[in-house]
Unconditional design. Structure first.
Length: 360
């Protein structure tokens, strides 16, 4: 049976089939999103995510079809003129480009893909910036922004809202939501679920800014606006018909992870990260793009390969292991490996043993 170490969609979590079957037996996919049954599902899912991610009481959770949609919703709803983006890979750059496409003044501080931000305190961000856009975990490059740097950014620029992309690091990333206005992720990566559901975490300050822009007559979208999300959220509903089964299964998965404990999830992730680091140090055929360990993603490993990455991927697939190819500027020479909760320490050990044989 094939095992996926791809970075999204990734390996389905071993518990997914059980949770899906339970949802199917309860005919969750057929219920109305205006029913009490759905309201109970929404409330439960948010409660479990609140525990898992350590959300503050003022943060609420909205559901969208994808995390990519959230880029657009966010920029339309809280930015009148100017957004600022920390760019170091394909996805953070695309977020930056979205802002320009929507007619905003999009400013950025960019470093080459594969590198991190050495000192965020030295990044000059104008006081006119309304939203600072960060990618805590850049899936294309395997580079993270340490969560303490996110705190520093907010402390230095309290006049701006700040958001972060945790698409491939939630729930591992220990984001301090006391300092984070908005965050977002999708479920097809570290949650080990099929694609088709985005999660948008929003606080009071963001809603207040959206209300202010509406009063000024700023176009915020025709339907999926922060106002409509919040109006429906007050009754545990959504503006339009969502993927109800996906929300139900996400709630069950978050509850399972809470029973396991976020500390254990992080510990297992870090053990596998150390295994990946040791592999890179002992195999000259692969190398990280930076020597700055603090900047290395704990959940997405990206290596530049001495041998043809396509050959490596094909040989690993023949042995029933699917890894991901490079993305963006690193597409031709890199491989990417997921370090998500759906794979165990033993799974990682076996995969790396196979990879060692392939690249030797």
């Amino acid at each position: 049976m094939q095992q996926f170490f791809t970075v999204g969609p990734s390996q389905l979590h071993p518990q997914y089939e059980l949770f899906w079957q339970e949802s199917y037996r309860n005919q969750v996919g057929s219920i109305s999103h205006r029913s009490q049954q759905f309201r109970d599902i929404y409330r439960f899912t948010e409660e479990q995510l609140r525990i898992l991610l350590s959300l503050t009481p003022e943060h609420r959770v909205y559901f969208t079809p994808s995390a990519t949609e959230i880029w657009e919703r966010m920029l339309l709803n809280v930015v009148e003129n100017t957004s600022f983006h920390l760019v170091n890979g394909a996805f953070s750059k695309r977020f930056y480009e979205f802002s320009g496409l929507l007619g905003k003044q999009n400013l950025c501080y960019e470093v080459p893909q594969g590198q991190g931000f050495d000192d965020v305190a030295q990044i000059e961000i104008p006081s006119s910036v309304e939203l600072i856009c960060t990618t805590q975990n850049e899936t294309s490059s395997g580079i993270q922004i340490p969560t303490e740097d996110l705190i520093l950014l907010k402390d230095r620029h309290p006049q701006s809202l700040i958001c972060t992309d945790i698409v491939s690091s939630a729930p591992y990333a220990a984001v301090n939501f006391e300092k984070m206005d908005m965050a977002f992720f999708s479920v097809q990566k570290a949650f080990g679920l099929p694609p088709g559901l985005g999660v948008w975490i929003v606080n009071d300050a963001s809603l207040k800014k959206a209300a202010h822009l509406k009063q000024k007559g700023i176009l915020q979208g025709a339907h999926h606006t922060l106002e409509s999300f919040e109006k429906n959220h007050l009754n545990w509903e959504t503006p339009s018909t969502p993927n109800v089964m996906a929300i139900d299964v996400l709630g069950k998965m978050a509850a399972y992870m809470n029973r396991m404990g976020i500390d254990q999830i992080r510990k297992d992730t870090e053990v596998k990260f150390e295994m990946l680091k040791h592999f890179e140090a002992s195999h000259p055929g692969v190398r990280y793009t930076t020597n700055h360990v603090a900047h290395l993603s704990r959940t997405v490993c990206v290596w530049t390969c001495e041998k043809n990455p396509k050959d490596i991927l094909e040989k690993m697939k023949a042995r029933q292991y699917l890894l991901a190819g490079g993305y963006g500027v690193g597409k031709a020479e890199q491989i990417r490996i997921a370090n998500f909760p759906s794979s165990t320490v033993q799974d990682m050990e076996k995969m790396l043993q196979c990879l060692s044989e392939v690249i030797s």
